[in-house]
Design a protein around this ligand. Sequence first.
Ligand SMILES: Nc1ncnc2c1ncn2[C@@H]1O[C@H](COP(=O)(O)OP(=O)(O)OP(=O)(O)O)[C@@H](O)[C@H]1O
Ligand SMILES: [Mg+2]
Length: 123
Amino acid sequence: MLSRKLNQVFLNIISNAIYAIKKQHANGEGGVLSITTEHQGDFIYVKIGDNGTGMDENTRKRLFEPFFTTKDVGEGTGLGLSISYNTISKHNGTITVNSEPNVGTEFIIKLPLEHNIVNQPSQ
Ligand SMILES: Nc1ncnc2c1ncn2[C@@H]1O[C@H](COP(=O)(O)OP(=O)(O)OP(=O)(O)O)[C@@H](O)[C@H]1O
Ligand SMILES: [Mg+2]
């Protein structure tokens, strides 16, 4: 079962994506948010993509830093992705990002399946 903390990770990444889409597309028209999951060996991959603002190089380098935000004052704490990074690390996973300014962004989250925990018979 996914921990509540991992749900928060997905929520934060999805709300970042929606924010970037709304900024790039007037009224969100033409915005696309895609979420795919894949299972490969002992890992699952969750990919969350958007065709929003994308990021410049400076933002891409710093986005996991605590309190780093490009949102207006009062709009974001800049903690979403640093907390997400820590949560994923605690689950022995990784998070990577591909992004291009004015084109979009894709986050790839890789998590171990942890068979022996997930598949224990319930009694
Ligand atoms: N999908 C995305 N498209 C473009 N920029 C993004 C995207 N996701 C994150 N970013 C950039 O990374 C920064 C940090 O994201 P993070 O979630 O840590 O904080 P935040 O969203 O600004 O604030 P909070 O999550 O506290 O509301 C954002 O301010 C934004 O510049
Ligand atoms: Mg955020």
